[in-house]
Design a protein around this ligand. Structure first.
Ligand code: DLL
Length: 428
């Protein structure tokens, strides 16, 4: 079930609500007197009344660098003692990113995650097996609070201890599995290894990392689930920003709380609907760390219009990748997810792979490490990568079980080989 009042508004109703909320945000940022407020004043904005929705595209951006520069609490828009919790991301790319929540923010977050679960078909009384990591990472605690807010029964598994997860899935017969797509695959593989036939689940609510439609097919072939995509980032709130419904045709962005734009990652200018661009979010209702035009680095396309499920929220495509994950191999630009599509679309290899960027020489070489389902797919895959993506890659077919499986945290799809031993056995 979904809330038609919030999720099926007409475009005019929604625009009026966004405009009203944006007005409030601009006033709060200016009153808080921080970096974002100062930039608004520099841009000639004296208060929310000056800002219409159409002006948003002319307002200043906020970036991850701002969060780092003001780490840990410099960007707060409320007094420190009103912060009820902090979360963040581990900072695989450098410093950790810390975000703060007031009690009202935690309620909003729970409501957004309850919407995500409802998108995946959950309702009061559903059993939610939550294998996202609990802790500073937003996945575990976010989905947990969403399940509680929905009136579901949450099983707080966190990541790892795969044998015990299989046992609980078999015994508790949950409706929803919530975890990363790579871990869903691992669970399917581990259940098969243990000879356990898992009972059918209604849906898998999978996200926190990019995954292709081809990986969806691989997951649905090893686990009895309909796999739907959930997107979010700590800075904006965590999971619950956008979710696919059971139509599996794009992620509904919760636009009443997260105003979304897509811009050209180079110029920062808006791109047309349907064209992939960098996702930019404004959070008009968040209190502790409200963001104006936050640049996510994530690339996806937006498509307006009503979904057969009844929601009128704008839909975003699956995330293609992060602007900074784009590989440039001998002049060819490619996202890891595009390589994933070719690999898994071929039907020749198992859904476990890693891309090794060999930088031991000045002309970087891409090594695609994968595991064959049958025969020797090296040559046909190298040809498919060349023909589809224009990419010259060295495809290495490794023995089954060689590519690392993910038990905890996010899948590492790309590794760099700078010197010394190869990052995976068998690549030397
Ligand atoms: O990954 C929040 C989350 C938890 C989302 C659980 C969904 C499920 P961070 O750790 O801050 O937050 O990482 C955010 O992960 O900017 C994207 O690059 C990537 N990401 C998250 N969801 C998806 C997705 C959580 N569905 C960063 N598809 C984001 C592709 C995703 N990338």
């Amino acid at each position: 079930m979904f809330d038609p009042k919030a999720e099926a508004m007409s475009p005019d109703e929604r625009a009026a609500l966004q405009r009203h909320r944006l007005w409030g945000l601009v006033d709060r940022l200016i009153a808080a007197g921080g970096t974002q407020g100062a930039r608004l004043k520099e841009a000639g904005v004296g208060g929310g009344a000056d800002v219409h929705l159409a002006d948003l595209r002319r307002l200043p951006f906020t970036t991850k660098r701002d969060l780092w520069d003001e780490y840990p609490f410099g960007m707060l828009a409320v007094p420190r003692d009103q912060v009820a919790a902090v979360h963040g991301s581990s900072g695989t790319r450098g410093r950790p990113t810390l975000v703060a929540y007031t009690r009202a923010d935690l309620d909003l977050w729970a409501a957004m995650c309850a919407r995500s679960l409802a998108c995946a078909g959950a309702g009061p009384g559903s059993v939610v097996h939550n294998a996202y990591g609990y802790g500073l990472f937003t996945g575990g605690i976010g989905i947990h609070q969403g399940a509680v807010a929905l009136g579901a029964t949450v099983v707080p598994m966190s990541g790892g201890m795969t044998d015990r997860q299989i046992r609980m899935l078999a015994d508790l017969r949950p409706d929803i599995l919530a975890c990363t797509p790579a871990y869903a695959l691992r669970l399917g593989e581990a259940a098969a290894e243990a000879g356990v036939e898992l009972p059918a689940l209604r849906a898998g609510l999978l996200g926190a990392e990019p995954w292709s439609a081809e990986l969806r097919a691989a997951i649905e072939s090893v686990l009895p689930v309909k796999a739907v995509d959930v997107y979010g980032l700590s800075e904006v709130i965590g999971p619950g920003v956008a979710t696919e419904c059971l139509e599996q045709d794009g992620l509904h962005v919760n636009e009443d709380h997260f105003i979304v734009e897509t811009v050209d990652p180079e110029s920062g200018e808006p791109v047309e609907p349907g064209v992939p661009g960098e996702l930019v979010f404004t959070t008009p209702t968040k209190q502790a760390l409200p963001l104006l035009r936050y640049r996510t680095g994530d690339i996806a396309a937006l498509t307006p219009g009503e979904c057969p499920c009844g929601r009128t929220l704008v839909r975003m495509s699956k995330v293609l990748g992060r602007a900074d994950d784009m590989l440039i191999v001998r002049g060819v630009n490619v996202y890891p997810s595009e390589v994933e599509r070719v690999l898994l679309g071929s039907g020749l290899v198992a859904p476990h792979y890693q891309l090794v960027v060999d930088r031991r020489r000045p002309d970087a070489r891409l090594v695609v490490a994968c595991e064959a389902l049958a025969g020797d797919p090296g040559e046909p895959l190298a040809r498919a990568l060349r023909e589809t993506l224009g990419l010259g890659a060295d495809v290495r077919v490794l023995p089954p079980g060689t590519v690392p499986r993910v038990e905890v945290g996010k899948a590492v799809r790309v590794v760099t080989w700078d010197s010394g031993e190869p990052p995976l056995p068998g690549l030397g």
